[in-house]
Ligand binder design. Structure first.
Ligand code: IMP
Ligand code: MG
Length: 334
């Protein structure tokens, strides 16, 4: 039986600190029995700091570092060779993977041919991890599921049996973000999966079981891809350096912009966000400039406190489901 499910969803274009939030939540004793990744593949890079060491996961849910059963759900795509490398990297950092990592048998497999096809992309600025071509094959019904890859056999489960057959308390971990969602994002500058809370439900979990939705954003916005997003400025260069805004999968510099409250409101309302986490406020503090976009205007704030108050009041007024807003300043905790 499923007791409850909480969902972590990125409200911007990825890289907002979902890995950090997932790591933090999955450390709470007895809170979760399972952490489930619900979309994406090796295009994602979730950075976690464990005992002072930096660990980046691409396929495996971040909860694995805390010994919580971690499932790669059917909405994800997996590159078996890269997955094996990731398992080794985690094990060499003292993380117990065997016995904690499971893959739903329906998950699709990224092949070298998918990576070849992705490698020629110049239009979208993809991560070239084979993600789009793999989802393409899945939806045109030419794909291969994990149940056909021998190397994955030790990890295979049926997610229905696992979640409904046990007393489950689930934490769903999303990848990418609302602005990269195949339907809600700025098409075609999007990824090939669904990045909304709806995607979490596709793991065979009834909507009535959703307890909390953690929406994650940053105090400023970032985007990586072929679209020209950043209006170049020295200030944004500084934010990039202080915030270390370089892709954790590709190393590309992320384009920077101010957080747009109209977009955050929309993303909160569509995803039913109950708990909003605003990460990296300390980066703007170090840079010494606080700005937000609201109703099309660029609004400057003299202090961090004014920034936070405006942010909080605007969101609370427009998003009826919000119960808590957390401004996060440290890289390890929320
Ligand atoms: P793809 O998902 O590799 O096909 O890339 C499509 C778009 O999504 C590109 O603009 C990528 O830079 C972006 N993207 C994909 N995954 C991530 C992520 O985890 N963080 C940030 N951007 C991403
Ligand atoms: Mg990332």
């Amino acid at each position: 039986m499923i007791n409850y499910a909480d969902v972590i969803v990125d409200l911007q274009a990825g890289d907002t600190g979902k890995g950090k939030v997932c790591n933090s939540l999955s450390q709470i004793p007895n809170e979760y029995t399972h952490v489930v990744r619900y979309n994406g593949g090796g295009n994602a890079g979730h950075t976690i700091y464990k005992n002072g060491k930096k660990i980046v996961t691409h396929f495996i849910p971040s909860g694995i570092v805390n010994g919580v059963k971690s499932i790669i759900g059917p909405g994800c795509v997996v590159n078996p060779i890269k997955l094996m490398q990731e398992i080794q990297q985690l094990e060499s950092n003292g993380v117990e993977v065997i016995g904690n990592l499971f893959i739903d048998k329906r998950t699709h497999i990224i092949t070298p041919e998918h990576i070849d096809r992705d490698s020629t992309d110049t239009k979208i600025g993809t991560t070239k991890t084979g993600n789009g071509p793999c989802y393409s094959d899945k939806y045109s019904r030419n794909g291969n599921r994990a149940q056909h890859a021998e190397i994955l056999e030790p990890f295979l489960i049926d997610i229905y049996e696992e979640l409904h057959g046990n007393e489950s308390k689930i934490l769903f971990e999303g990848a990418q973000g609302f602005e990269l969602d195949i339907d809600w994002g700025d098409y075609p500058y999007v990824t090939s999966s669904h990045c909304t809370v709806g995607s979490a439900l596709m793991n065979g979990v009834p909507p009535q079981k959703i307890r909390r939705v953690y929406g994650i954003c940053k105090a400023y916005n970032t985007y990586v891809g072929a679209k020209e997003y950043e209006v170049p400025s020295k200030l944004f260069d500084k934010i990039r350096e202080v915030g270390n805004e370089y892709g954790s999968t590709t190393g590309r510099p992320r384009q920077i912009g101010w957080t747009n409250l109209d977009d955050i409101i929309k993303a909160c309302n569509i995803n039913g966000v109950t708990h909003l986490v605003v990460n990296k406020v300390d980066v703007l503090e170090q840079v010494g400039t606080f700005k937000l976009i609201h109703k099309g205007n660029e609004l400057p704030f003299v202090t961090k406190e004014f920034f936070k108050i405006y942010f909080e009041n605007t969101i609370k007024k427009s998003c009826g489901l919000i119960r808590e807003i957390i401004f996060s300043e440290s890289i390890n905790k929320i």
